[in-house]
Design a protein around this ligand. Sequence first.
Ligand code: SF4
Length: 266
Amino acid sequence: MQGIIFDIKRFAVNDGPGIRTTVFFKGCPLECYWCHNPEGIRKCSVNIVKTVKLDGKTFRQNEVAGKVVTVKELMEIIRQDRIFMDESGGGVTFSGGEPTFQADFLLALLKTCRNEGIHTVVDTNGYAPEKVFKNIMPYVNIFLYDLKHLDPEKHLEGTGVSNDLILNNLKFLIKNGKSINIRIPVVPDFNFNSKDISAMLKLLNSYRESIDQINLLPYHTLAKNKYKRFGMKSSMNGSITGMKIKDLKDTKALFEERGFIVKVGG
Ligand code: SF4
């Protein structure tokens, strides 16, 4: 069994509890205009030829985003940090792109981790058939679940897909007692206004007992260079600057007032 990934981050501390190895799957069915990992959207690998000037000379460099790996190869890398995972209460996080977009590969990895007693987190946008979640659910300790917008039209505008499937899958995981951290990318010209935040608050409040934590992820523009590097067109609104942690102080307080544990960032 093999799949395609575009990065592995060792010693990650923001992708679930403890020290983790985060594996970034390549391919995502959404196309959020603020995406910070644009090299992860297409499922195939991408070759980029870069021109670098040094001491007046021009050099050509190849950069590849995407590597095909087997479950066996990936597990060998994951196991290297086992001692740090065990000591810190960490494990492995499957992120992306969208990990459920390579459902069989993800399931094979999750089952192997479970057999070896490795804690697992799946960081998902929720956009996959319900049966994918049904299959992986028994092998996932925590879901990091994105919630981007509750209005289907707005969701479609910002991400290229409607949100029905995402909201239904969230309900499904909650109904099945899964441990869930909600991640809200807060984007100024998309969902950062009192109407949209109140709608999210209302929905999440109805699930309050099932949600362990909410992460508010402030919009930033650091990925702009990546778009250039990978020859991709960015649809980010050039006039909107990145947000600061303090910009989310009031929003954080609103969620905390309802009893949620809230973190800004990661
Ligand atoms: S769901 Fe995540 S990875 Fe996919 S396009 Fe949106 S921000 Fe990027």
